[in-house]
Write a protein that binds this ligand. Structure first.
Ligand code: ATP
Ligand code: MN
Length: 293
């Protein structure tokens, strides 16, 4: 079934981000404005959503299975759920109409999987999730530069984006040769290389107790069933920050709050978005050094 030309916005005046006066209509308009930039990162990918039907001040929940009332033209992909008995039908957003429909559903965060439907067992993105201690974005920036140095030595191209939360994501598009377990191993070797350079600053062990103010890199973000918030996706938090691509040159000066639903449309021609448009089509092969001990 073909998607409709126009999606009707129901209750357009519903306030989703009151602090920014972003109504549902304005959110749907935002998604339309960034569609060309966000679709390369959602197309073909099973997507988990954060729904907040009453806006950011109401109840929020992760939703994996597409709503049973989704119209027939919404594409989904069925993935067996390892733990539950039921398979899960995930939404796959490949066009503007689907983004608009999701906006109208008050899907306030878009979390695509690092796999595409034609090869669900071969991820095409490796993600380094940089989690600084609360309120220490500068530390995340310092670690991002470390990660980029290590990637440079390995001749791997990457993109950096703010998460819209407290940290940064470094995303490396890879050839679809390894499975999720092997990818997770590669991510663990990569984060160990980074932590090894600055053990005072970085920890890659998922033990919050042992963090002692260090920046956490969690390689398990690359395991089966993992997701990563899409670039340009807002976060379902009062400040309305969005996950936004940045280039290394501007890392030292940007703050997560520079990019919100209210202002980010003025930033779409910056270097970060341009870099990520190319990045969406690049694929590198993981070096042997990351695949074997
Ligand atoms: P921050 O910079 O604040 O850490 P983040 O997006 O990196 O923002 P994390 O909690 O570090 O948030 O999670 C990393 C990624 O893992 C998220 O982008 C999200 O896609 C996924 N994730 C986190 N929690 C869940 C969850 N409960 N269910 C599904 N996916 C999740
Ligand atoms: Mn994170």
């Amino acid at each position: 079934m073909k998607p409709p030309e126009q999606i009707e916005v129901t209750r357009p005046d519903k306030m989703l981000w009151p602090e920014l006066a972003i109504t549902k209509q304005r959110y749907v308009d935002y998604l339309d404005a960034v569609a060309d930039l966000v679709l390369p990162w959602t197309r073909g990918r099973p997507m988990t959503l954060v729904r907040a039907p009453d806006g950011v001040d109401g109840k929020r929940y992760f939703q994996k299975a597409a709503s049973s009332y989704a119209p027939g033209w919404i594409r989904t992909v069925r993935i067996p759920a390892p733990s539950a008995e039921r398979d899960v039908d995930y939404v796959v957003a490949g066009d503007r109409a689907t983004l608009a429909w999701l906006g109208n559903q008050a899907a306030l965060e878009l979390h695509p999987a690092p796999v595409r439907t034609d090869r669900l067992d071969r991820p095409d993105l490796l993600v380094v999730d940089i989690d600084p201690p609360e309120g220490e974005f500068d530390a995340a920036v310092e670690v991002a530069f470390l990660v980029l140095d290590v990637l440079d030595d390995l001749r791997l191209n990457a993109g950096v984006k703010t998460t819209g939360g407290k940290g940064l994501h470094v995303v490396i598009p890879i050839e679809r040769r390894v499975d999720a377990t092997e990818l997770r191993g590669a991510a663990a070797r990569l984060t160990a290389l980074v932590a090894g350079r600055r053990p005072d600053l970085v920890t890659d062990a998922f033990r919050k107790a042992g963090r002692k103010g260090r920046v956490m890199l969690d390689p398990s973000r690359n395991g089966a069933g993992a997701t990563i918030v899409a670039p340009y996706s807002p976060r379902a938090r009062p400040a309305g920050t969005v996950s936004f691509p940045v280039v290394p040159d501007e890392l030292g000066t940007v703050r997560p709050r520079d990019f919100t639903l209210a202002n980010v449309r003025d930033s779409l021609d910056r270097a970060g978005p341009r870099r990520w448009q190319d990045l969406a089509h690049e694929r590198v092969r993981l070096p042997a050094r990351l695949l074997h001990d």
